[in-house]
Design a protein around this ligand. Structure first.
Ligand SMILES: C[S@@+](CC[C@H](N)C(=O)[O-])C[C@H]1O[C@@H](n2cnc3c(N)ncnc32)[C@H](O)[C@@H]1O
Length: 399
């Protein structure tokens, strides 16, 4: 199977993708021996096309509904219908008609992400789409979600994302915005599925869910788990998708952030109980946390201590939950990245190995490579002038 490393960014927040070697690792060493794969922290589901095209059944879970809806639209099933019928054109006309009233509104400056009138137009469009045939519904929902950002208010948010080009408030009209997002999806479909013969694809193998990985309840088992949690770098996934989540929250989806792995909003988190849990499952992680506490300004429960404590307790608790869905003889692969805190290394891969070894399991680093940050961006490409400082690793575990 061809390796698809070219990344089509559907949202401006899709700032990173796995480096090509991780794709290769997956294709050469994981996919051939898997029949049924779980990804409990699915994100943009970069490997989704491989699963589908490799005839492997897969389940993608993520806590954020934005990923749930966009990932559904990334399947071959939807791509094939859009590329080989008039579905894309029908969706475009329908969406332009539904969203046309937005052209009457000027940009607003508000503490709310969305002006009430604008929210109403989006909500009505979403509900109207709900009555469409399944594939049209999946595709149109994804396009509506991509259209939300340019209609958000300029807020008093501290998040610089909103001021970046390609972020919100482009000043374009509905027709241009809808058309450009449909074109992006076309580009994605064309790049990923161009050479695929429909008969080679088993349509019913990909499923999706929307839950906290720590409490995932699938009533199913898998021979492989291949996944990547948010990294321990204080990037708050929730904030990246604030406008879209504000809209989905208004529709009734659960978009609260306390259960997000790696959120940096931790004011309600009391670290000590979870520290005891971490001590019991990974002494090495506990040792790191004690160093963080020591380096903090206040000895007890400083911000960084609580942030890292919450991160690792949730990481370990989530793994303990979803590892229960692995069949005997199955394998678990977790892609993680290290970091530093005030000069101290944060070797997440080593913490995981300590954790799995404590459970009596054989765990090892199967692949590692350096990556670098370009400004605020996480960049996987190999540009020699930039110093690479973060190690990305695949930790493998046999059950
Ligand atoms: C690093 S991303 C995964 C990247 C992905 N493998 C890809 O190919 O793009 C981690 C994902 O975990 C999700 N996440 C965060 N907290 C979660 C939780 N408690 N349960 C499930 N998913 C969660 C985030 O929404 C994010 O999409």
């Amino acid at each position: 199977m061809k390796i698809q490393t070219r990344k089509i960014k559907l949202l401006p927040t899709e700032y990173s993708s796995f480096r090509p070697e991780i794709h290769e690792f997956f294709l050469e060493r994981v996919l051939p021996k898997s029949q049924k794969i779980l990804d409990p922290w699915a994100g943009h589901a970069s490997f989704l096309p491989y699963f589908e095209l490799g005839g492997v059944s897969a389940h993608f879970n993520d806590i954020l509904p934005i990923h749930y809806f966009l990932n559904q639209a990334k399947t071959f099933h939807v791509a094939d219908s859009v590329l080989h019928s008039n579905l894309g054109i029908i969706a475009k006309h329908h969406l332009i008609e539904l969203l046309a009233p937005l052209d009457n509104y000027k940009l607003t400056i508000s503490a709310k992400w969305m002006d009430d009138d604008i929210l109403n137009i989006f909500t009505q469009a979403w509900n109207e789409i709900d009555t469409s045939p399944e594939i049209l519904k999946i595709f149109s929902r994804a396009i509506v979600l991509l259209c939300v950002r340019p209609y958000c208010s300029i807020g008093d948010s501290l998040n610089p994302t909103w001021l970046k080009p390609g972020g919100m408030c482009t000043g374009e009209n509905v027709e241009t915005i809808v058309s450009s997002h449909i074109a992006k999806f076309h580009d994605f479909y064309d790049t990923v599925y161009r050479d695929v013969h429909p008969e080679k694809v088993n349509h019913n193998t990909i499923t999706f869910s929307l839950s906290d990985a720590e409490f995932i309840d699938l009533n199913d088992t898998f021979d492989t788990i291949f996944t990547s949690p948010p990294y321990c770098n204080r990037l708050d996934i929730y904030r990246l998708y604030n406008p879209e989540l504000a809209f989905l929250g208004a529709l009734g989806y659960n978009v609260s952030n306390p259960n997000i792995l790696g959120t940096n909003i931790i004011k309600d988190f009391e670290g000590n109980g979870e520290f005891t849990f971490i001590q019991s499952v990974s002494p090495q992680t506990a040792h790191f946390l004690l160093n963080v506490r020591r380096l903090g300004k206040r000895r007890e429960n400083n911000y960084y201590f609580r942030y890292h404590c919450r991160y690792y307790s949730k990481l370990f608790r989530s793994i303990l939950k979803f590892i229960g869905t692995l069949q005997s003889g199955g394998s678990l692969y977790i892609v993680v990245q290290d970091n530093r805190h005030r000069g101290e290394p944060i070797p997440t891969a080593e913490f995981l190995i300590d954790f799995f070894t404590g459970m009596g399991l054989k765990a090892q680093v199967l692949f590692e490579a350096l990556r670098h940050h370009l400004g605020k961006r996480n960049v996987s490409s190999d540009f020699p002038a930039i110093i690479k400082k973060h190690k990305e690793s695949i930790v493998g575990v046999e059950i």
